[in-house]
Design a protein around this ligand. Structure first.
Ligand code: SF4
Ligand code: SF4
Length: 441
């Protein structure tokens, strides 16, 4: 379609498979009797538990405090009692401390009252609320939102860009939020506008969400919010900050630089909704919408679940598995993690749970590199994935770093397109881990 924006370098067009869930209204999951709440649900230093075994906790009470500048608060999703504090494994294989809470019998979630008080608060006070109530980026990166919103001295936020791209196949949680919670999203944008003070606000939405484009455009106009709705061509990984900034503004974020260095602050739709909940409803971030999808689940849908709920329960809420599943992934199929323990809890970063069958997972044997160059063509960061992979394969981490390993976004475009089925992304992840371990820079 003419006139639609997108980023210029690389990218791919995987099958969207959004139709499993994008017409399914958000449904609340049942709250389990026992919730396992990890202290590491965000990028940066894990939170430190501030409760002990046997303590009574209340819904929304802080149970984990941040331990650094880049860290986040954790809050109890229910009234209950701390049963245990233990180590668990998260879906990405990382170990985390977790507070295990036994829900109080008969617990009924509180009904929050909307408050307009935020309009009288200063930008700093609003950002303190965002921090205190544990809001992090909900698009997958889980970077503490208050840190992102604090524009450094001397820098100017020319653009606040709302990321409504949701380009990972299967996922539709943000799409549903745009349609079902439009006025909350618009009020959340106004709050972030007050904190960040941008010259312009834009929201980037891919054209496979025409209903969302339409409702946001109409409601923003009706509410006199000066919001540019940018319709984007469908292309993966447009939801990445750098690609979205390029698509919306034409600006290029240099290697190693942050969006603010080109005058941009980017915030995901789920994060905007969490900011609204925190500031207007005084509700800490202890629940999120998760898309549960794939041919291996009987009745795919979008589920609002409390943090700490076992993933198994979300699949059960969608009718359970069909029995034909061969893989379960947390997140999207491009950047998510395959995992095995269905008792692993939902966290602030769980955007999707995919139960996939052999019709959806192309399992093919790996062969030698064909030197076709396809991985180079599709890399949105302009890297040479095959070259980096070869360095990593030969344990030459310095060579991989010198070829731009740390610029790799682990987007999976290279692996998706590789006819030799070389596990390029796993290679990049391993290479980064080893480079850090060996202190190679
Ligand atoms: S995973 Fe890394 S190397 Fe591969 S396409 Fe994405 S950014 Fe490029
Ligand atoms: S796409 Fe695969 S086969 Fe082609 S050059 Fe890259 S790694 Fe080699």
């Amino acid at each position: 379609m003419k006139g639609l924006k997108t980023f210029s370098k690389g990218g791919i067009h995987p099958h969207g498979r959004k139709n499993f869930t994008n017409k399914k209204a958000i449904v609340k999951a049942e709250i389990p009797d026992t919730l396992v709440v990890p202290m590491s649900q965000h990028l940066g230093a894990p939170a430190e538990a501030v409760v002990s075994v046997g303590d009574e906790v209340l819904e929304g009470m802080q149970i984990g405090k941040p331990t650094g500048f880049i860290s986040a608060s954790i809050h109890s999703p229910v009234d209950g009692r701390v049963k245990e504090i233990t180590d668990i494994f998260l879906v990405n294989g990382m170990k985390s401390r977790a507070v295990v809470i036994e829900k109080t019998e008969g617990f009924i979630p509180s009904v929050k009252e909307k408050s307009d008080d935020w309009k009288t608060k200063s930008p700093q006070e609003l950002n303190e609320i965002v921090k205190d109530l544990g809001v992090v980026g909900m698009g997958g990166a889980t970077f503490p939102a208050n840190v992102k919103f604090a524009v450094p001295k001397g820098a100017i936020a020319e653009y606040l860009i709302i990321n409504a791209v949701e380009c990972e196949p299967y996922l539709s949680a943000d799409h549903r939020l745009l349609i079902e919670k439009t006025s909350e999203i618009l009020e959340g944008i106004r709050i972030i506008q007050k904190i960040v003070n941008p010259k312009k606000i834009a929201i980037g939405i891919e054209i496979n969400k025409p209903d969302a484009i339409d409702i946001i455009r109409r409601c923003a106009a009706a509410e006199n919010l000066d919001l540019e709705v940018v319709s984007l061509k469908m292309k993966y990984p447009q939801g990445d900050e750098k690609q979205l900034i390029k698509a919306v503004t034409g600006r290029e974020v240099p290697s190693g630089a942050l969006p603010i260095e080109v005058g941009c602050v980017v915030s995901n739709v789920g994060t905007v909704n969490a900011v609204y909940d925190a500031v207007v409803m005084n509700q800490p971030l202890y629940e999120r919408v998760v898309s549960v999808s794939g041919l291996g689940v009987k009745n795919p849908g979008n589920i609002l679940a409390r943090v700490g709920t076992p993933i198994r329960q979300l699949i059960d809420a969608c009718g359970g598995m069909t029995g034909k599943q061969i893989k379960v992934i947390a997140g999207g199929p491009m950047m998510g993690f395959a995992f095995y323990d269905l008792d692993t809890p939902v966290t602030k970063g769980t955007s999707g749970i995919l139960v996939l069958t052999d019709k959806e997972v192309a399992e093919a044997p790996q062969t030698a590199c064909l030197s076709c160059g396809k991985c180079v063509t599709v890399c949105p960061m302009g890297l040479n994935p095959t070259k980096m992979f070869k360095y990593i394969d030969h344990s030459d981490y310095q060579g991989a770093m010198d070829t731009g390993l740390m610029d790799c976004k682990e987007c999976g475009c290279c692996a998706f397109t590789c006819p030799a089925h070389i596990p390029l992304v796993q290679g990049m992840r391993l290479g980064k881990k080893m480079a850090r371990k060996k202190k190679v820079s």
